[in-house]
Design a protein around this ligand. Structure first.
Ligand code: 3PG
Length: 396
C-alpha cells in the first residue's frame, strides 16, 4: 500500500478486496470489527484522492442474489464509520457496478454488491473465475488485497483479479501476516493453543500440524464432545462428529499429555437461553441433554495453564457465548488470556466477536486477528493464495 500511495493515486480507481463478513441479526450488524479493521486502508486511499471501489462477500450465498446476504447494511455502517456516504452497486460487476464506479469523484468510496452473488467468484473452474476477474479489473486501475480473513480462498476477487492489475498488499494483510509469522517462528514457550468452535472436522488439520510445535492444546466448544466420545464418554445430545472419533482417538493416544479436555461441562435440555441447565462432570452428561459450555473446574484448569504460557493462540469460543447461560467458559478463558503475561493472539471472526460482545478489553490481547480459517491455515503452514499472488507479483 505504501508503494501504491508513493506512486500517487489521485484520480485513480483502486479496487480494494476487504473482508466485511460481519455477523448479522436480521439486517442489524452485531459486531462491526471487520468493518473497522478495513478502515485504515480505505481511508488512506480516499484521503490520497483515489476513487475507492470495495469488493467483499457476506456469508455463503449460492451464487445468486439473496436479500439476506445483501451488503446494504455493511455499506451503511461503512459510510457511518468513514464519515462519508458509501454508494452500493446493486450488482457485482455489471451495469450498476460500472455506473456506480464511473460516477465516483476523487476520494469517494463505493461498495460492490456481495461478490458471491456471482457464481464465478467461488467457481472451481479457473476460466470462469478469470472471466469475473476480467470484469472486476475493468472497473479499476490497481488492486489492493486487504481482506485477510479471505486470503485462504482462491476466488476471483481475492486471487484471480490480482493477476490482472498492478496488485498491492493492504495494511491489514501486512499487519496480520507479520503477527502470525511470530507464531510460526520462535514462539516464546510454553506455547499454549486454545481451540473451540463447533466443528472438530474444521480443526483436525490444524491440531495435527500444531501438536509437534506447541506445549498444550486446550479444547472447548462443540468440538470437545467428539474428543470426549473418543475417550469413551457418553455425550448425550451434544454435537458429535462420529466419523471423526477415530482420528481424535489417535491424536489423544499420540499426545496424551498435550491435549487437554474439559473436566466438567454445562448441559442444557434445549439450545435456548431459557433452557434448564446443570453443570456436571464430563463423565456425567445425561442422555437427552447437550453440552453447551465448558464448566468452572475446566475454566480454572485452563486458566492455570494459560497463566504460565509465553505464547497463547486462541481460536473458537468455548461455548455458545451468544446465550448468557453458556457464556462463562468463553469469558473465563478469555479473561485468563488477558491476565496472562504472554504474547497472545486471538484468531477467528467468532472469537474476536466474543471478545467484544463479552466486553473484554481488546487491548488485553497482543493481536486480534480478523481471520478465522485464514489464520488457522497460516498456522498449518499452508500457502495462502491471496497473499502468494501479491508476493509473486504476477499482477499488472
Ligand atoms: C470468514 O468468515 O472466515 C471469512 O470471511 C471467510 O469466509 P468463508 O469461510 O465463507 O470463505
Amino acid at each position: 500500500l505504501d508503494d501504491l500511495l508513493a506512486e500517487g493515486v489521485s484520480g485513480r480507481r483502486v479496487l480494494v478486496r476487504a473482508d466485511l463478513n460481519v455477523p448479522l441479526d436480521g439486517d442489524v450488524i452485531t459486531d462491526d470489527g471487520r468493518i473497522r479493521a478495513s478502515l485504515p486502508t480505505i481511508t488512506r486511499l480516499a484521503e490520497a484522492g483515489a476513487r475507492v471501489i470495495v469488493a467483499a462477500h457476506l456469508g455463503r450465498p449460492k451464487g445468486a442474489p439473496e436479500a439476506r446476504y445483501s451488503l446494504a447494511p455493511v455499506a451503511e455502517r461503512l459510510g457511518e464509520l468513514l464519515g462519508r456516504p458509501v454508494a452500493l452497486a446493486t450488482d457485482v460487476a455489471g451495469e450498476s457496478a460500472a455506473a456506480t464506479t464511473a460516477s465516483l469523484a476523487d476520494g469517494d468510496v463505493a461498495l460492490l454488491e456481495n461478490v458471491r452473488f456471482d457464481p464465478r467468484e467461488t467457481s472451481k473452474d479457473a476460466a470462469e473465475r478469470d472471466a469475473l476477474a476480467d470484469e472486476l479489473a475493468a472497473l479499476a486501475d490497481a488492486f489492493v488485497s486487504d481482506g485477510f480473513g479471505v486470503v485462504h480462498r482462491k476466488q476471483a476477487s481475492v486471487y484471480d483479479v490480482a493477476t490482472k492489475l498492478p496488485a498491492y498488499a493492504g495494511g491489514l494483510v501486512l499487519a496480520e501476516v507479520e503477527v502470525l509469522r511470530k507464531l510460526t517462528g520462535d514462539a516464546a514457550r510454553p506455547y499454549v493453543v486454545v481451540l473451540g468452535g463447533s466443528k472438530v472436522s474444521d480443526k483436525l488439520a490444524v491440531i495435527e500440524s500444531l501438536l509437534p510445535k506447541v506445549d498444550a492444546i486446550l479444547v472447548g466448544g462443540g468440538m470437545c464432545f467428539t474428543f470426549l466420545a473418543a475417550e469413551g464418554l457418553g455425550v448425550g445430545d451434544s454435537l458429535l462428529e462420529a466419523e471423526m472419533i477415530d482420528t481424535c482417538k489417535r491424536l489423544l493416544a499420540e499426545h496424551p499429555e498435550k491435549i487437554l479436555l474439559p473436566a466438567d461441562v454445562v448441559i442444557a435440555d434445549a439450545f435456548a437461553a431459557d433452557a434448564n441447565t446443570h453443570t456436571v462432570l464430563a463423565a456425567n452428561i445425561r442422555e437427552g441433554w447437550k453440552g453447551l459450555d465448558i464448566g468452572p473446574i475446566t475454566v480454572e484448569r485452563y486458566s492455570e495453564v494459560i497463566a504460565g504460557a509465553g505464547t497463547v493462540f486462541w481460536n473458537g469460543p468455548m461455548g455458545v457465548f451468544e446465550l448468557a447461560p453458556f457464556a462463562e467458559g468463553t469469558r473465563g478463558v478469555a479473561a485468563a488470556i488477558v491476565a496472562a503475561d504472554a504474547f497472545s493472539v486471538v484468531g477467528g471472526g467468532d472469537s474476536a466477536a466474543a471478545v467484544r460482545l463479552l466486553g473484554l478489553p481488546e487491548d488485553g490481547f497482543s493481536h486480534i486477528s480478523t481471520g478465522g480459517g485464514a489464520s488457522l491455515e497460516f498456522l498449518e503452514g499452508k500457502d495462502l493464495p491471496g497473499v502468494q499472488v501479491i508476493e509473486t507479483g504476477v499482477g499488472g
